[in-house]
Design a protein. Sequence first.
Length: 178
Amino acid sequence: MQRKLRIDELNRLSEMSFKEAPKVPIVVVLDNIRSLNNVGSIFRTSDALRLEKIILCGITATPPHNDIHKTALGAEESMDWQYFEMTEEAISHLKVDNYKIISVEQVDKSTSLLNMSLDPNHKYAFIFGNEVKGVKQAAIDLSDQCIEIPQFGTKHSFNVSVSAGIVLWEAFKQVSPF
């Protein structure tokens, strides 16, 4: 028989320890995300994987906000984040810091997530786009690569927070030092 672990048995970092702990060299860029619940969910996923930071762009809401907190459950406090009005400006800053820019979008010549290969010696920034319009073309144009999650049903896309979970977990597996 298996027993569900209690919270005190999970050995999670305190917020202070998390802030000081080494991070996985991945930055999440949210390009005009409408839903505050999606934003909160991505904060929570980023915290769980101990990613470097989140960059919020355009209409993407910023903490503090009750609707972000509802799904982030405090990750908006532990995760470092920045805001840029224009996604292109965020990308420029990341490129100066030698991040490889990867848009998660369905484009011609995209790489299937099944074939994504990351070098653990590089830093990466993953751009996730608006729930309806996706990653804007100007950001795609500045990207080093575009990846696409294979799908086999009738819908054309996953929810952005689900896409983030899928892609960030795969990226984490490839570059994490943990």
